[in-house]
Design a binder for this molecule. Sequence first.
Ligand SMILES: Cc1cc2nc3c(=O)[nH]c(=O)nc-3n(C[C@H](O)[C@H](O)[C@H](O)COP(=O)(O)OP(=O)(O)OC[C@H]3O[C@@H](n4cnc5c(N)ncnc54)[C@H](O)[C@@H]3O)c2cc1C
Length: 409
Amino acid sequence: MKIAVIGGGPAGLMAAEAAISRSARVDVYDAMPSVGRKFLLAGKGGLNLTHSEPAEKFLARYGARRAEIQQLLNGFGPDVLREWARGLGVETFVGTSGRIFPIDLKSAPLLRKWLRRLRHSGVAIHVRHRWCGWDENGALRFATPQGDRLVSADAVILTLGGGSWPQLGSNGAWVQLLAERGVSIKPLRPANCGFDVNWSQHLRTRFAGHPVKPVVVSGVTLEGNEFRQQGELVVTEAGIEGSVIYALSAWLRDEITAKGLGHILLDLAPDRALARIINDLSRPRGSRSMASHLKRCVGIEGVKACLLREFVPKKEFFDPVLLGASIKALPIQLLATRPMEEAISTAGGVVFETLDARLMIGALPGVFCAGEMLDWEAPTGGYLLTACFASGHTAGAGAVAWLQSRRNL
Ligand SMILES: Cc1cc2nc3c(=O)[nH]c(=O)nc-3n(C[C@H](O)[C@H](O)[C@H](O)COP(=O)(O)OP(=O)(O)OC[C@H]3O[C@@H](n4cnc5c(N)ncnc54)[C@H](O)[C@@H]3O)c2cc1C
């Protein structure tokens, strides 16, 4: 049984491991000079492998694809993932937010140990092999520095990633290759992404890169449900990004798609009630500037004060009731999502309805898919990697089971 895994990210490497442990011969091909580049980048800010919250809450993170991801997690869920990491000699811990990280927070040691184990078990890894589709006889076509190479395999597992951070290898070029073969694919869109805001030149030059915290971001989804989340956002040259924005980004992206603009409200003083703010702002200001009055009464200065200046009309700025209302609910219009290349992940991809339970594409027998290239999305928090590992495991085991079932015919 010869299985070709194309794409050496977490989903592909997990598929390779699942397949070789079931006695297949496995070759991994990747376009880049080394594998796991996005996985390595994920470790830069602390590798969030998975999350410790109860299963119901965990599954709800996958929204409309909850049922499909649940099937995958049944075979390789968060607890199994932690055990798997332990098996590599990488202990994990639960952070205060419930997120789960390797003790050293890094991905490089884990990846190094994993690759060593894979190679030791017989997985052959071929880098600088960019998959370009199939030739007329069904062989896999790769572009390599030595020229084109044709490879035949009994089954193929595609784990080509989404379309974010293309410089790390996943550029979404596979969409066309599979669409030409009749595979049903939802367009790739940015997920866990930032948004454009029409800042003034003053705010841009003075405060790009500044965090706004604490802050509560609220709004209403297209379905009419209210969302409200405390966290941190960052003002950028182009607009806003940061963990709280990423968490809400699917709703905001969908609102922009449907209505042309997205809308959020910022509570710039989440720890203070409106009545107290109005009361404090109503104290005599004397000869103090409005800036120092705001700072002394409400603790608002720097980027938060600049945001108020930017969006509160001048005549309202000096009215404690109106200014207080803006401090608690400052409306910001989002013009567009930032480009997909900058996003943490992508939504869209190969739709589950085109796949069987083993993640084989119905229209292409013997071709399996896993990882971010499937049509699901989730917020940050370890949910992305968990689903990539789980789907890789399902596809790897599924490809072997499919080959065995054909042998027994
Ligand atoms: C900055 C950042 C931080 C992140 N942090 C976290 C985190 O802490 N926790 C979390 O859960 N998730 C995190 N993620 C998301 C996570 O890294 C991805 O969801 C995950 O790597 C996707 O895995 P994958 O195997 O599906 O695809 P990828 O990791 O993208 O791997 C796909 C592979 O396919 C190869 N490839 C693509 N096209 C071809 C081709 N034509 N031929 C050959 N090879 C090809 C690519 O070179 C690549 O190696 C982060 C992402 C980013 C960008």
